[in-house]
Write a protein that binds this ligand. Sequence first.
Ligand code: ADP
Ligand code: MG
Length: 698
Amino acid sequence: MVITHSTHDAPKQEVALPSALAGINSNVLDDAILKKLVDPDVYYALAQCRATGVPMDRGFADALAKSIREWAQSKGCIGYSHWFSPMRGAIHGEKLETFVGVDFATDRLIVEMSGTQLFQTETDGSSFPNGGLRKTHEAAAYIGWDTGSPPFVYRQTLYIPSTFVSWNGEALDQKTPLLRANMAVNDLGVRLLSLLGDNETREVVCNVGWEQEFFLIDREKYLARPDLLAVGRTLLGAAPLRGQEMDANYFSRLSPRVSRYIAEARDIMWELGISIHCTHNEVAPAQHEISPIFGLANLVADTNVLAMDVLRDLAFDHDFAVLFHEKPFAGINGNGKHNNWSLSTDRGVNLFVPGKTDEDNRRFIAFIAALLRGINRHGDLLRCGVSTAGNDHRLGAQEAPPAIITLNLGERLEAHVNAVADGGCFGGYETDEKEIKVVAPVADIKANLEDRNRTAPFPWCGNRFEFRAVGGNQHIAFPLAMLNAILADSLKHMCDEIDAGKPADLVIRETIKENKGALFSGDGYSEALNAHARQHGLTHLKSSPEAYTALTADKNVELFGDLGIFNRHELTARQAVLQEAYASELYVEARALLRILRTLIIPVAIVDADVECASGFQSRLFDEKRKLVEQLLSETGKLDELLGAFPNDDPGQSAWYAHHELRPCMQSARIVADMLETLVDGRSWPLPGYSEILHHHQ
Ligand code: ADP
Ligand code: MG
């Protein structure tokens, strides 16, 4: 081939900017815009408040509120709401208030939003899940602006991202524990770095990139399924004619209708400053994924909830319904939400990237050691962070990480870390990228340092860890708070040891040695992991109720108390909220299933049997159907009895009951109903089946 060099530049083209790209950031009041809107002294006062938590001077706060209101008015807003995250999944709370006030001197209406209104509001904390922290006669709770998360305009309302605490200052939300855990990681991360000889780093922050999976189905089908309406998942349904067989869906093209919907959703998210970068079809039919570029943990916890809102709201406009549930359909993959997680410093160092020098690699290994200790000693907390009724359908199955929490470094890094523990030098881990030769004209590919392990709950990806066990319907702030807490605890342990006089290198080596049982780079779906867990005494919490019990173990009360993340009271409350949510979700599921079986399925199956009987045909099929109907009558009888005996006194007991009694009974009833679905006259089956739901709109 002859290669020629052009001697003149091609004429320059005018760069086009499609309207979607021109609209990015237009609905978010980030610092870049705020700086232009307010006087420098107002901005400085806000920055001080952000850093210290000390309230702004009233005059400055009023000036700030005025500028923010005027910005929102220019976007068509007539009011605002604090936007907070009660302890109830990824569903934010909002109370809409207007920009209208009264001038009592003249009794005339005026347009206003004061500094106080911007920064805080009071409400009834007892009407939100609170685990006993609030009561009807002691109900006050406060919503306070998280100045680290920018206000935004959505559907013509100004939203102010906020925290939510009781009158006693105890956390009633998802965000406050994450902010506290972030602060612990920052303080202790900086402290460890300084003990390792780095006296310049002033800040360690946690970055996260989420990957949101969801199903998109026709709204009409959704409305025709009482189970989807009530609990967001199908409680019965025979396997579709085509499910995941043939691996045809992953990364296949988006259908035109879905593509229009996702493009519009992405444009709205871009306007809100959500950096959606990647969109693709997922493994199951009708399943998709979007993910933004990573950002600060606290911010992306907010934007994840907001992105879920956008997807939900826009689905309505497009005659779709979106399902985030961890297992909307039996027998095909459910929704996860991988959290890609890393730490970086104000000097631009990613602490989970191996260093080129011995010194840099020592720092890298020190943070890996802390993480390893956290996972080994407090894997129960990570497990608890991802424990929900929905996620119990995923974890431990062959589509999602196992319920045993281990650290997957990849073979080579694991070997290196083990060698360091045995006294080897910190450097020496080959950080040069691996190159894969394909064939010209394809350029050699630069590959990750380690292979990808999709069976691990917590694999290293070269510059971050991927916390894969998080559920699609979860608020990510809670699992992230757990993760940051267990890391901070180990950073503290290592710092204390060094401060007590042990050489830093010895502390790093001992920490690895004592906790290497949590290292596992093999196949997480294999029996080998169970054997490994038994050998090294790793906890294996198979269900959510088990994990909730572990939350208040003495070691955990101590950990959260020491780090200032939860006091004992807050922790027991959190446990009760999780147990109540689990128990009531299963209770509602069981009640819905019973109603559907009794009022829709059984009557249809009986009529079907009657018609066949009257037809005069003799067939084994008829007998089979009749038997199934009888079985279903007996199963529904059992379910009814179990619901009648549901214990209500203690949330822990309710959760256990729901898990050990209701769940298996629901499962055996659905098996019978699903068999009937494959036999009964399809024209009279009262619910849209899986095939219709998953394929008709594609
Ligand atoms: P996958 O191939 O695992 O599905 P994706 O490309 O969908 O991964 O998502 C990867 C996510 O990881 C993105 O949100 C990306 O911004 C994020 N990410 C990349 N580097 C980091 C990092 N250093 N810290 C945190 N998140 C990161
Ligand atoms: Mg991923």
